[in-house]
Design a protein around this ligand. Structure first.
Ligand code: TRP
Length: 334
């Protein structure tokens, strides 16, 4: 708790171009949660270097992501929006927690298995201990809730295991966090293969809507979206393409899937795809304009970056000092 509010922590990596899925599935929900919780939203750049990055590109994308957090509606005076690498406590706690995490449990992580298959030439120790850094992110702020996608479930579970293990040895040091999964409707699938999640790393750019796509590109991608030959707009598992389009339209307009089905009763797929495309353009345009505006105001953005890193550091170091004391590090001489 900070004051009378529960604490929320989440983070995103600035690798790849963010997609509509990242926005509708995560960022947009974050904005809704920001009144209820004391929120920490990090750009987790330390996680990003577990795979090779071009330094200039990483730096640029990290700043763009931080800008996007604000453009999406997260008030940086109320929400702590910061770079993970600006708060050294993350790496320090990660070292300590590495000593409370077993090789066996880390080798069971499906993300590690997937990523090491994908980057067989660079299976580094950071990739292996990635979940421990993630646990440190969360535990440093004594987070109660962590909004994440279903693909991060295992990492949340190992975070809870590490925290419980530490607490059982040293007493109540860490809050045990709960995962917070967004509403089912917010899982956005690829436009080219609606059985797969819309992904930043999809090789087919037509499958994903990128947040910085211009209106023409967005409309074109929706026109090409894979559907089926049923020729009826119904919300059911047997029609994954249409199901996904209904979800997207529903999140953009605030209408329920049933309302969407009624609205398009008897109309063709072409009409519907165009309407979804236009709804998405309507969502992304203000976001893009706001991001461009903020980006230009360098002094403002730098101020936010500095103040929020200090704020995050204050809370993070409180936990870190407690942990250092518990494990037996000598007290600092003042
Ligand atoms: N691993 C998360 C992802 O790729 C990103 C992340 C890092 C994160 N640290 C976190 C998410 C802490 C939630 C909480 O999506």
């Amino acid at each position: 708790m900070i004051g009378d509010k529960k604490v929320l922590f989440s983070g995103m990596q600035a690798t790849g171009n963010l997609t509509l899925g990242n926005y509708l599935g995560a960022l947009k929900n974050w904005v809704k949660l920001s009144d209820e919780y004391e929120c920490f939203y990090s750009v987790v750049d330390e996680h990003s270097i577990t795979v090779r990055q071009d330094p200039a590109v990483l730096r640029k994308r990290s700043r763009a992501l931080l800008t996007l957090y604000i453009a999406a509606g997260l008030d940086p005076e109320k929400n702590c929006i910061y770079y993970q690498s600006h708060v050294s406590a993350h790496a320090e706690l990660a070292w300590i927690l590495n000593c409370f995490t077993y090789m066996g449990e880390l080798s069971r992580m499906t993300q590690f298995k997937d990523k090491s298959a994908k980057h067989a030439d660079n299976i580094n120790a950071g990739l292996f201990t990635y979940p421990v850094l993630m646990a440190s992110d969360i535990l440093l702020y004594q987070a109660d809730v962590v909004p994440v996608g279903i693909d991060q479930r295992q990492h949340l579970e190992i975070t809870r295991d590490i925290a419980q293990r530490f607490n059982s040895i040293y007493g109540e040091v860490f809050t045990i966090p709960d995962a917070y999964y967004g509403k089912a409707g917010a899982k956005i699938m690829s436009l080219q293969d609606p059985t797969k999640k819309m992904s930043k790393s999809d090789e087919n750019p037509n499958g994903s809507i990128y947040l910085m796509d211009d209106p023409d590109t967005i409309i074109r991608k929706f026109k090409r979206a894979v559907t089926d030959s049923e020729a009826q707009i119904l919300y059911r598992e047997e029609q994954p393409g249409i199901h996904n389009l209904i979800d997207i339209y529903s999140v953009c307009t605030g209408k329920t899937p049933d309302e969407v089905v009624k609205e398009f009763d008897g109309r063709g797929y072409g009409d519907f795809k165009l309407a979804v495309g236009e709804a998405v353009v309507g969502q992304l345009k203000p976001l893009q304009e706001e991001a461009a505006r903020i980006e230009k105001d360098k002094a403002y953005l730098d101020g936010i970056i500095k103040n929020n890193a200090e704020k995050a550091g204050y809370f993070a170091n409180k936990t870190l000092r407690k942990v250092q004391k518990k494990v037996g590090f000598p007290e600092r001489v003042r």
